[in-house]
Design a protein around this ligand. Structure first.
Ligand code: SAM
Length: 260
């Protein structure tokens, strides 16, 4: 199993994931995920249940299941977001029968798993014919700040190399289409979601800069005291971005829909 490079289940990391899901992700990136009342939906890599809460809010009446490898995450999910049946398991070996779910959702999960192809094969197996899976994944090559910030670029390179060293993939968004086709999905729709903050959309600028700052801060435990000054300087630079005249934030995570 790849190490989880962000913080564990301390209050700061739990708060970060909940805010990320509800404030930054759900309003901007879930448009392609659809589900009707009564459908069985799996939130794969549910973590502390933050996206599970967002899914139920957007799709009341779904029969939601949340799965994660880590017991500590699931304890938080059960306590904070009792909106799903939570199950501890490995996404590469799902404990469900063939054709037992109508939808599978996973946000920011494949980037942490060394064998994403195995996950997609399992997801296809548990979907009903015509069922759909939705993945939202990073592509860290697309982050661009205006004006550029050398300290943010340095911290991002560090994040990318640590994630790769632990078996993850900070550029997996670029590979989703190929991975879904190789797993046998009959229809694959993949597109980048352009998150663009600027003076024209100051709320996206502020929320995205804050999200980036909190991601850097979440790495300080995993990366140790040597790297903390760089990470905190990068977090400060990100937070200051919205005050800089002409500032812009660009990032393109990838949304992918696969139909069985
Ligand atoms: C960045 S968190 C995302 C959590 C949630 N989807 C969200 O957006 O808030 C990634 C989650 O994937 C889980 N994970 C990593 N590898 C896994 C595996 N092989 N099987 C199941 N879950 C896994 C981690 O434990 C972690 O909770």
């Amino acid at each position: 199993m790849a190490d989880y490079i962000h913080g564990g289940t301390d209050l700061r990391e739990v708060a970060r994931l909940v805010k990320q899901a509800l404030v930054w992700v759900a309003p901007r990136m879930l448009q392609d995920f659809t589900a009707s009342p009564g459908m069985r939906v799996l939130d794969l890599g549910t973590g502390v249940g933050a996206m599970a809460a967002a899914l139920v809010r957007r799709h009341p009446g779904i029969d939601l299941w949340g799965l994660d490898l880590r017991a500590a995450q699931l304890r938080q999910a059960r306590a904070l977001h009792p909106v799903a049946t939570y199950v501890q398991a490995d996404a590469t070996r799902l404990p469900f029968p063939d054709a037992s779910f109508d939808r599978v959702h996973a946000s920011w999960v494949l980037e942490h798993i060394p064998d994403p192809a195995a996950v997609l094969r399992e997801v296809r197996r548990i979907l009903v014919p015509g069922g759909q899976c939705f993945f939202l994944e990073v592509d860290n090559a697309t982050l661009r700040l205006v004006p550029p910030s050398p300290v943010v670029e340095e911290a991002l390179q560090l994040l990318n190399s640590v994630q790769q060293a632990s078996g993850g993939d900070p550029f997996i968004g670029q590979k989703l289409a190929g991975l879904l086709r190789a797993a046998g999905f009959s229809r694959v729709d993949v597109h980048p979601v352009h998150v663009h903050g600027s003076a024209g959309d100051p709320e996206t600028l502020r929320a995205s800069a804050e999200e980036l700052a909190e991601i850097f801060e979440s790495l300080d435990e995993a990366l140790g005291p040597d790297k903390a000054p760089l990470l905190h300087a990068a977090a400060r630079a990100a937070r200051e971005l919205p005050q800089v005249p002409g500032a812009e934030f660009h990032y393109r995570p990838v949304a992918a829909l696969g139909t069985r």
